[in-house]
Design a protein around this ligand. Structure first.
Ligand SMILES: [Zn+2]
Length: 219
C-alpha cells in the first residue's frame, strides 16, 4: 500500500481548499505520520457554492476550514496561492511559474493530484496539467499519483485500506462546513470508498473503505 511510504518528501496538490481531504483524506493522514508533507492549495474557493452570499466571507471561511483540517491531518506546511480561479491565460502562466518555483524548492519524491484528464472538474484538470507541465524542470523526477474527486476511477494502480481510518476521514472532511452545507460531499466520497471495497474485490480482506489511486506516466 502507498500508505507505507516513509521518510519521503511529498507534495499534495488541491485545486480547491478541500480536494485532498475528499479524495485522499485517509491516506494523507497516514502519510503525514511518516513523511514530510507539503500541501499546495491553488485557489481560494471563491467561486464555489457560497452560503454567505459574500465572496470575502467565503474565502476567509474556506481558508480557516483548510487550516483546521490540515492541522487535524498532521500537515503543517500549507501553501495557499489564493487565486480566485486558474482560468485566464495570464493566471495560468503565472500559476505555472509559481508552481515550478515551489516544486523546485521542495524537490519532492511524490506528488499527489487530481487526474489531469479523468477528473470531471475543469479547474482540477487545469491545475494538474499545469503541475505536470513543469516536472521536466525538476532535478529529480517525482512519482505522480492521482487521487479521485470528480469521477471515480474504473481501475487503479494503488489502493489504501482506510477502514480503520474512516472516522478520521469523516472528521477531516467535516471541517469544510461551508461546502458540506450545499452538497453532501462526505457521503458522496464515502460511497465511492465503499464501492471500491466491494466491487474492486477487497471484501475478502475484510476492507470496508478503500481509497484508490492511478499513477500518471508522461509519454
Ligand atoms: Zn475541487
Amino acid at each position: 500500500m502507498i500508505s507505507n511510504i516513509r521518510n519521503k518528501k511529498i507534495v499534495l496538490i488541491s485545486p480547491h481548499p478541500d480536494d485532498v481531504e475528499i479524495g485522499m483524506g485517509g491516506t494523507a493522514f497516514l502519510l503525514a505520520k511518516k513523511n514530510k508533507i507539503h500541501h499546495l492549495i491553488a485557489t481560494n474557493g471563491a467561486n464555489s457554492a457560497n452560503i454567505f452570499k459574500d465572496k470575502k466571507k467565503l474565502v476567509e471561511a474556506r481558508k480557516e476550514e483548510a487550516i483546521n483540517s490540515n492541522k487535524y491531518m498532521g500537515i503543517k506546511n500549507i501553501k495557499f496561492f489564493e487565486y480566485d480561479e486558474v482560468k485566464s491565460k495570464s493566471i495560468k502562466l503565472e500559476f505555472e511559474v509559481k508552481t515550478k518555483e515551489y516544486l523546485k524548492r521542495i524537490n519532492p519524491d511524490y506528488i499527489f493530484l487530481p487526474h489531469p484528464s479523468l477528473d470531471n472538474h475543469p479547474t482540477h484538470r487545469i491545475v494538474s496539467k499545469a503541475v505536470i507541465n513543469n516536472l521536466h524542470m525538476l532535478e529529480k523526477k517525482p512519482k505522480i499519483i492521482c487521487y479521485e474527486v470528480w469521477g471515480a476511477f474504473r481501475k487503479h494502480d494503488y489502493f489504501v485500506d482506510i477502514s480503520k481510518t474512516i472516522k478520521i476521514k469523516k472528521k477531516i472532511i467535516s471541517f469544510h462546513k461551508s461546502q458540506l452545507k450545499v452538497k453532501d460531499y462526505l457521503n458522496g466520497i464515502l460511497g465511492i470508498n465503499k464501492y471500491h471495497a466491494i466491487f474492486d474485490d477487497f471484501i475478502k480482506d475484510n476492507a470496508k473503505y478503500i481509497e484508490v489511486f492511478l499513477e500518471y506516466k508522461s509519454t
